[in-house]
Write a protein that binds this ligand. Sequence first.
Ligand code: BES
Ligand code: MN
Ligand code: ZN
Length: 512
Amino acid sequence: MLTVHQTPDVTLTARASRDIEADLLILPIVENAALADEPELDTASGGEVEAARARGEITGKAFSVFVTTLRGWKASRVALVGVGSGNDVSADRLRRAATTGALAARHRRLPRIAIVHRPDTGVAAAVAAQVMAEGAVLANFDGAAYKTADPPRVWLETVQLKVGGESADLTRAAERGRVLGECTNLSRSLSNEPGNVLTPRVFAERASAIATDAGLSVEIFDEARIADLKMGLLLGVARGSREPPRLVVLRYEPPAGKGRSSGTDGAPQPVLGLIGKGVTFDTGGISIKPSDNMDKMKDDMSGGAAVVCAMAAIARLQAPVRCVAVIPMVENMPDGLAAKPGDVLTSAEGKTVEVLNTDAEGRLILGDAVWYARQLGATHLVDVATLTGACVVALGRTATGLFGTPDAWVNRVKQASERAGERSWPMPVFDDYKELFKSEIADFANTGGRAGGAITAALFIKEFTGGLPWVHLDIAGTAWAEQATPYQPTGATGTGVRTLAELALDPTPFGV
Ligand code: BES
Ligand code: MN
Ligand code: ZN
């Protein structure tokens, strides 16, 4: 594999635009806004900026890009990147505009960029510092890890951010954005890996290296240890493959004095439990999938990758809450010993499941993993999974399916996802839907038919949460970009990393 991402240096600058030394000066601009605060820009461009505006080439429409050369300024070129019209401008627009501008720099083989935040976006300086850093780092990613003949890539080396000041807080915000961008890229690189490379054993090794680097404590459970724990659901899926399963457990403790609850007030410390689906390839098993698009099922470990990389961000940014993560890793294959439709499996918790469809494997492995997160002391659960095609039907590729209970916990995760620029949208988890996956012979079945397919999958997982506050994020539609946009090439998106990290970094104590 070639290097597919690199993290540039990110610094703040308070210089006037004309004095910022860079190969490309990036200005995110609001639609129809006058550049009144940059009166010399047009002159420096030799009149190009006003001429382009007059002929309608510069519009400020979201993610439009205009590049021209500059004379007499320290930067040799400027890029005006649109963020759209006033009301629609948001921190996420700014993040995406930063990626768009940074990609324009890489395409022109310009490794040193500066991004100048203009206050008419209405985005606060600290938020701007974070999202512009994130956006720039996200641009330093390539999907073509196995192409041997491409010309050498240009990576961004330095990113200067101008947000209207230099302070410890702003520096921290930029650093936070840099780490969140880097951890998103790590997750994307894992999800893009083909199934023959990233087997459960290799995934566990890579996860362990990422986590160890970040200072997390790591345990890898092999198939014997998984059998000791009686994880019949995970083992039931693993039986169909020659590749043995793994279960990765990560732990994070906030540094002394940074924890949310000192313990002196008697309140028990919350423990955030993160669980991610790590199916390194999903053929469907005996209920085998059609061959069209089956190749995409190499990304069926995206939830697991998101959890690993979010934990790395949480540790590096020293979030104020204890976290445990459980990632079951397995390949869903139709080998001779594979689970068959009609088989009954017994979960580690003791609940029995009739496997009506071996392609509904994600909820099986998550059942055992969620139970194990509780054994590790988790008090608040979030699972992330490319779980159902039904979720893609319901929400398309724009929003992640958001399920869970109670509402306060669900809303907290939703807000984190908004801060992260990873949109999610609520779906119901009414008990009535449980009727749909009743089994004649076991506690329940692993499928509930086509109607409400994303919801019955979520409710299946809920059976293993022991009544704890729980959120399920179905990223089946959002983990993979089928269509390129100005800020996201086709391939893995790394979605989930920043939502989980923002959730853990939230300084307000968990209320539920
Ligand atoms: N990994 C798939 C879900 C998926 C489908 C993710 C499309 C991304 C794109 C999951 O394991 C699966 O196969 N789900 C089945 C469930 C069904 C058999 C009840 C599905 O959605 O078809
Ligand atoms: Mn499946
Ligand atoms: Zn799957």
